[in-house]
Design a protein around this ligand. Structure first.
Ligand SMILES: *Cc1c(COP(=O)(O)O)cnc(C)c1O
Ligand SMILES: [Zn+2]
Length: 408
């Protein structure tokens, strides 16, 4: 990397960096797999693989005190992150986002502000982890089907890693995402269809073209990046956890990743057994997880004709559906859908009352929370974290304004 004189780069070369990654484990058949080979889904059953660590070793150095003194960013959790050699870390300063109180929404409401991540969304976390580990394992060309923000992040981190990036996006993906990818030097293909159609193309071409497919949860490390949101929440709540987490769910990487993070922290003695109720929010025009939750299913059948302007929520089928549904149920949480109008109204409220211009996906969490307070599912005395997963600045067309023009 060209900037190896910066303090962050120096800290990455810090010999105290160590990862206690031991193996990959299938979340369904539980079979163990080698972590030091390029892997995607479980070769035996096709389900999601999790990275596993020697937590007994990790706990010796990953103390609350040590963590507090480390340079900011998601890589300070290196003992339970997948990259072995610190020089392989591809970072743009992701992680350690603020937890902002939102007193005008409610006394115990907090917003985890992911809009400050590089490329404007929390996709940066997952992609930093996946690209870093892929770099370490010798991958040179990556491909992704994306609703927008994942492609932007992959294009940026891929550029920084010196990899070639192929991004496949629906033709109606927010224009800014398309432009970002081009600026970062990615090969962009627009597809007349949904993210699932993009995924189909990548799946078909990846082997023949020698691309590594970084689709969410189809490789083990994006979830490791997103799990750092759960690690940060624990630390930001003084090594306990909030009562409720409201999360806008597309592929569900954040829910799955945070749920895993808390199990790891508990195993290391850093938190207790209390977990937040996980509230999964989707858009009425694409709500496969909500429907499966309501019908008591373990898997979520794909949603037909998915349609919402909250691009990150337009995911008709999630590979990790069974993990998302289990986390929601085990936590005593729920899943609910909100309408486009409710999202738009919530977005304006967040901006005008709290100064937070949220992505529509992030605004959906406030729209959902309002409904749940009204139904008594949420109580005003509980600590509630809303995830603003991206900045509203990336969706210039989402808000319509009518302004008067005057002559001087
Ligand atoms: C991708 C995305 C989501 C959905 O995230 P998952 O963890 O895949 O469910 C939500 N909000 C924004 C802004 C996104 O880009
Ligand atoms: Zn398996």
């Amino acid at each position: 990397m060209s900037d190896d004189t910066t303090p962050a780069a120096k800290s990455r070369r810090n010999p105290s960096h160590v990862s206690h990654l031991t193996h990959l484990e299938c979340t369904a058949c539980k079979k163990r797999h080698d972590a030091d080979r390029v892997m995607r889904l479980c070769p035996d059953c096709g389900k999601v693989l999790f990275a596993r660590y020697d937590l007994e070793k990790a706990r010796l150095t990953m103390t609350k005190e040590a963590l507090a003194l480390r340079p900011r960013g998601m890589w300070r959790w290196h003992e339970i992150m997948p990259v072995r050699g610190p020089h392989h870390i591809v970072s743009l300063g992701e992680g350690d986002t603020p937890l902002l109180p939102a007193p005008k929404l409610g006394d115990n409401i907090y917003i985890k502000e992911e809009g400050l991540c590089p490329t404007g969304s929390f996709k940066a976390r997952g992609i930093s982890a996946a690209i870093s580990r892929a770099h370490e394992l010798g991958v040179e060309v990556v491909a992704i089907p994306s609703a927008g923000n994942a492609a932007s992040a992959l294009a940026a981190y891929g550029a920084r890693a010196g990899m070639r990036v192929h991004a496949f996006m629906p033709v109606d993906t927010p224009l800014l995402n398309q432009k970002e990818c081009v600026v970062y030097g990615a090969h962009v293909t627009l597809v007349r269809g949904l993210i699932s159609d993009c995924a189909g193309i990548v799946r078909k071409r990846a082997d023949a073209e020698g691309w590594f497919d970084v689709s969410t949860l189809k490789e083990p490390y994006r979830a490791e990046g997103k799990k750092t949101m759960g690690l940060e929440l624990a630390e930001q709540f003084g090594w306990s956890l909030p009562d409720v987490v409201v999360y806008p769910t597309g592929g569900g990487t954040g829910i799955v990743g945070m749920w895993k993070a808390w199990d790891e922290l508990e195993a290391m003695g850093l938190i207790g057994s209390k977990r937040p109720r996980m509230i999964s929010v989707q858009a009425e025009g694409c709500a496969p997880i909500v429907r499966a939750f309501e019908q008591n299913l373990d898997h979520a059948p794909p949603w037909e004709n998915a349609n919402t302007r909250a691009a990150g929520l337009r995911v008709p089928g999630a590979v990790a559906d069974y993990l998302i549904l289990k986390a929601i149920r085990d936590s005593g949480g729920t899943a609910l859908a909100v309408s486009e109008d409710e999202i738009a109204a919530a977005l304006r409220e967040l901006a005008a009352r709290e100064g937070i211009f949220a992505a529509p996906e992030g605004a959906a969490t406030w729209a959902a929370a309002k409904k749940l307070y009204a139904r008594g599912v949420l109580r005003w005395s509980e600590s509630v974290v809303l995830f603003n997963t991206g900045t509203g600045l990336k969706y210039p067309d989402f808000v319509d304004v009518n302004l008067d023009v005057v002559d001087p």
